[in-house]
Design a protein around this ligand. Structure first.
Ligand SMILES: NC(=O)c1ccc[n+]([C@@H]2O[C@H](COP(=O)([O-])OP(=O)(O)OC[C@H]3O[C@@H](n4cnc5c(N)ncnc54)[C@H](OP(=O)(O)O)[C@@H]3O)[C@@H](O)[C@H]2O)c1
Length: 268
């Protein structure tokens, strides 16, 4: 039995749904009554999430194991949802990760994977799902950016640049789709307590012990509310908003140097 008001056949596609923000966003969408299509690379964890939400909310949940650093992944996800006959009315492009350290020392294969996952797959999924939403005269997209989008970030250069891309793309798409019933929301979290902070080279960042780290549930809830309200940008947390606003009043080189100092102090 569906536990909420959303009619059957409308589904939310959420990338990176096996942990952190993606998991919380999947919970919110399921409790809101959306059927779900969940993606990530790791099948067992994703299936665990699917089983939990099917039991808790009575919604249908499909699991697609995909690596978004693969060029074909977005098209394969789209083809799979078409074959399943699932109408995606909510697209949450959440999957992403970071590298910590100087760009010139980064692992090249992992760097490529970061650029594909954080930007290319996200862009292609928007490109593939927007036409169906416009045709249905309704749809919501959330692209997970970051407060890293607001300034260059030495020692996490590619990650910060990828999130600046996500914010810019999302704000532009929000306006392109104005009046067509489809909204695009860029969620810009600051540091949030998830496995992201300790994955791979991020373990050296020391961010997990930063006292400004927010809990994941309120960050996801703020983003979900903003998406449902059709807002263009959401920055959860008062201090993150102050910080985001503050970067408008200093030059980009000063903001970049400040970001570098923060990163160096932590582990660069
Ligand atoms: N936590 C923070 O402080 C913070 C701050 C600002 C923005 N963000 C952004 O929030 C988003 C979610 O991150 P999180 O904090 O929730 O981190 P997380 O707990 O590490 O979750 C990342 C999710 O993305 C999936 N994923 C990673 N690489 C993938 C790939 N190549 N292909 C497919 N799926 C992939 C992971 O599953 P698999 O590993 O199984 O694939 C996992 O489900 C990211 O875009 C991140 O940049 C996080």
């Amino acid at each position: 039995m569906k536990s909420c008001a959303e009619p059957a056949g409308r589904a939310a596609l959420i990338t990176g749904a096996s942990s952190g923000l993606g998991y919380e966003l999947a919970r919110l969408a399921a409790f809101d009554g959306f059927d779900l299509v969940l993606t990530a690379r790791g099948q067992p964890k994703l299936q665990e999430v699917a089983d939990e939400l099917m039991t808790a909310c009575g919604v249908r949940v499909h699991v697609l194991t995909k690596d978004l650093s693969d060029d074909r992944a977005a098209a394969e996800i789209h083809a799979a949802t078409e074959a399943l006959g699932v109408r995606i009315s909510v697209l949450i492009n959440n999957a992403g990760f970071a590298q910590f350290g100087p760009l010139v020392d980064s692992d090249v294969a992992e760097l490529l994977s970061l650029l594909h996952t954080n930007m290319i797959a996200l862009t292609l999924l928007c490109r593939l799902y927007v036409p169906g939403m416009v045709k249905a005269k309704g749809g919501m997209i959330m692209n997970v950016a970051s407060t890293a989008a607001f300034q260059p970030g030495p020692l996490m250069a590619a990650y910060y640049a990828s999130k600046a891309y996500v914010l810019s793309l999302s704000e532009a798409l929000h306006l392109e789709l104005e009046g067509l019933g489809v909204t695009v929301t860029a969620l810009c979290p600051g540091l949030t307590r998830t496995p992201f902070l300790t994955r791979g080279s991020m373990a050296r960042s020391g961010f997990s012990s930063n006292r400004w780290v927010m809990d994941v549930a309120p960050v996801a809830a703020a983003g979900y509310r903003a998406m449902k309200a059709g807002k263009a940008v959401c920055i959860p947390g008062i201090w993150n908003r102050v910080f985001g606003f503050g970067t408008r009043f200093v030059s980009r080189s000063i903001a970049a140097r400040a970001a570098r100092r923060v990163q160096e102090r932590r582990g660069g």
